[in-house]
Structures are given as structure tokens and as C-alpha cells.
Design a protein. Structure first.
Length: 299
């Protein structure tokens, strides 16, 4: 079978990744009608629908999902190959997507060590407000993901650290509500939640075997960074990964009255299988494993 039209594939990949014809058109610098025409041409070429059009949302069909993964991988390989060609000789670059809270409080304090240990490799850290699989980010070389991991075609994952999480609050609030006495004391606290991780409280009650409580009020923030900042200010209690707040714990800005419980997923470095022997990826994976061991959260 002859190769599908490359312009049509590019338009399809952008729509699948962005989840919207409008956003894809803005990214590609064309009008929406041109994107629609390219999608129609690709569906005609393949003889199958790639999206189901229920209501105003575009949903990938099974065939569309399969093609989106392949197209994203292929364009990502081409994009990285072009970047390597124009990069200064002897240097490599890794575009690394990292959850925003993890980047700010775990990775960035270790950046000098990372740069020293991986001399000759440029690590571009790109904070992600919403962490999505690498297959949805053709522009990235790798992503760090926490929590449950769903295997994906052509994506490899290196688990380098346990994922521990638990309730945290400012010391004065812990003392005021006597949180250390019993988890039931949480019923007197304001729960701080992040839209990017809406199930953390429910997960903690279930995985820790703790009886759920009814909070008098819930404050919802756009991301975990803001929820943690609110907890540090004494506004309530939030659930946070230990890796994201270790400095706050060490300096006494936050307390974990019930400690932390390990999640089965752990933290993983996800990269394309085609890059498994890439010295830069291998070096980054080894460095992350060493840092995970140094924090006492080794697998």
C-alpha cells in the first residue's frame, strides 16, 4: 500500500494530539477548513473513519488511535533527527516533560548535579500541568510519570523511584486540629484538591485502609503546586507526593501527620523504544535511578 499523503498525516497527528481541529489549525498555521479537508482525504485513502463525530467532540476510533500513536512516533523521530543535525557537534539534547510540582521541588534542586553528571547533554525540562503519555507529545524525547502506568506500544518505561503520598499541612494547623491523634481529625479540616489530580484523597483513603471522612469544605486549585502552596500557608490539608515536598518537610514548613504510603506505580522515565540505546537516555535513566536511591525511596 502506498504511503498516505504526508500533509494529511501531519494534520491528523495535530488534531489527535490537540483534541481539536481549531487548535490543530492554529498550530499548523492554516484555516480549519484545510484541516478538515486533510482529515477527509486521509480517511478516504485508508477507507476507514479515524474519528467518531458524536456531538461537538472528536473521538478517535480504534483505527484512529492506532494511527495516532504511529504518526506521533514517526514525526517525533524526524523532529529529533533534524534537531540532532543542527545541534553543535558533540552535544545532545533531551526534551524532558516533567509534572510541574515534581519539577519545581524535586528535579530543579538537583539540576546542578544533573548537568555535572551528564556533561555534554543538554536537558530541557518542560513542566507539564497535565501529565499525558509520551505518545501524545511528539515534541518530547521523554516524560517522567508518577502513579499508575499503562503500557503503550513503542514506549519503554524505567521505574526509578517509589511514589509515596500522604496528607500534609502546616505545623500550626496540625497542632490546632490535633491531626496526629487520629485520621478522623481530618473531618475538621478543609481539604485542598488539585484539578490535575482529583482522586488523590479517595486513593489515599482506599490504599491506606483509612475510613473516609466528610470534609466541612473543599477548596479546588488548578494544579498541585497551588494546592501545596495553600497547605503551606495554613489554608487546609492536601494530599501530596513525598518527592514533591521533601524540602518543605525538611525545613518544617509542612508536616505529614500519618506518614506516607507507597503507591504501586512508582515514578518512571518513559521514552520511545527506538531510543533505548541512545546514550543520552541511558545516562539520564542511570542518573534518575541514583537520585531515587539517594532519597531513600529506591524500589
Amino acid at each position: 500500500m502506498r504511503l498516505p499523503p504526508l500533509n494529511a498525516l501531519r494534520a491528523f497527528e495535530a488534531v489527535a494530539r490537540c483534541g481539536s481541529i481549531l487548535k490543530a489549525a492554529e498550530e499548523l498555521g492554516v484555516v480549519r477548513g484545510a484541516v478538515r479537508q486533510q482529515i477527509a482525504a486521509l480517511e478516504s485513502h485508508l477507507g476507514v473513519p479515524l474519528f467518531s463525530r458524536g456531538g461537538r467532540r472528536l473521538v478517535l476510533t480504534e483505527e484512529g488511535e492506532q494511527l495516532a500513536v504511529a504518526a506521533g512516533t514517526a514525526f517525533g523521530i524526524l523532529q529529533r533527527a533534524a534537531a540532532d543535525i543542527v545541534a553543535p557537534k558533540g552535544r545532545r539534547e533531551i526534551r524532558l516533560g516533567v509534572p510541574a510540582a515534581f519539577a519545581v521541588w524535586w528535579l530543579m534542586p538537583r539540576l546542578p548535579s544533573l548537568e555535572a553528571d551528564l556533561d555534554g547533554i543538554d536537558i530541557r525540562v518542560l513542566p507539564l500541568a497535565v501529565v499525558e503519555p509520551l505518545s501524545r507529545h511528539a515534541d518530547l524525547d521523554a516524560v517522567i510519570m508518577g502513579g499508575e502506568y499503562q503500557p503503550a506500544p513503542d514506549i519503554a518505561a524505567l521505574r526509578f523511584m517509589e511514589d509515596e503520598f500522604g496528607p500534609v499541612a502546616a505545623p500550626n494547623l496540625c497542632a490546632q486540629l490535633r491531626l496526629q491523634e487520629d485520621p478522623s481529625r481530618l473531618g475538621d479540616a478543609v481539604a485542598l484538591l488539585a484539578r490535575t489530580a482529583p482522586t488523590l484523597w479517595d486513593d489515599w483513603f482506599v490504599e491506606g485502609g483509612t475510613a473516609p471522612v466528610t470534609f466541612p469544605r473543599r477548596s479546588v486549585f488548578e494544579d498541585l503546586l497551588l494546592a501545596i502552596a495553600a497547605a503551606r500557608a495554613g489554608a487546609g490539608v492536601t494530599i501530596a507526593p513525598r518527592a514533591s515536598i521533601e524540602a518543605d518537610l525538611r525545613h518544617g514548613l509542612l508536616q505529614a501527620p500519618y506518614g506516607f504510603i507507597a503507591r504501586p506505580g512508582g515514578y518512571r522515565l518513559c521514552f520511545r523504544t527506538a531510543d533505548a540505546d541512545n546514550p543520552a537516555i541511558v545516562g539520564l535513566g542511570a542518573w534518575l535511578a541514583g537520585q531515587g536511591a539517594a532519597t531513600g525511596q529506591k524500589i
